[in-house]
Ligand binder design. Structure first.
Ligand code: FES
Length: 112
């Protein structure tokens, strides 16, 4: 049976206020973010505006600023903030014993 959660590594391997990326079965890329308060978020690595790489953006609070045109994206919902409109797929994350687990079905959907 295929597990519902994918173990993708240690939470502390993601830089604080930074990110790392993860390819998903050749279909796309997930961006993992760790915030200053230690929470981990996972989103498709593409901005809802024009697909900019969110992993290269600046993390502040629970948001990331896209490096291309400075849209702010909420890490928990994937929604563009302020007057901008759009949404990036997010993936539920669990931390278990310091390991980061991603919901398998959402990961495949987000990377498609
Ligand atoms: S592509 Fe992200 S703000 Fe334009």
């Amino acid at each position: 049976m295929i597990a519902d959660w994918i173990d993708i590594g240690w939470a502390n391997e993601i830089p604080v206020r930074g990110s790392r990326t993860m390819p998903v079965e050749g279909a796309g890329e997930i961006a993992l973010f760790r915030t200053a308060d230690g929470q981990v978020f996972a989103l498709a690595n593409r901005c809802p505006h024009k697909g900019g790489p969110l992993s290269q953006g600046i993390v502040h609070g629970h948001s990331v600023t896209c490096p291309l045109h400075n849209w702010n994206i909420a890490l928990d919902t994937g929604r563009a903030q302020g007057t901008d409109e759009g949404c990036t797929p997010t993936i539920p994350v669990r931390i278990d014993g310091g390991r980061v687990l991603l919901c398998r079905a959402s990961t495949l959907r987000a990377a498609a």
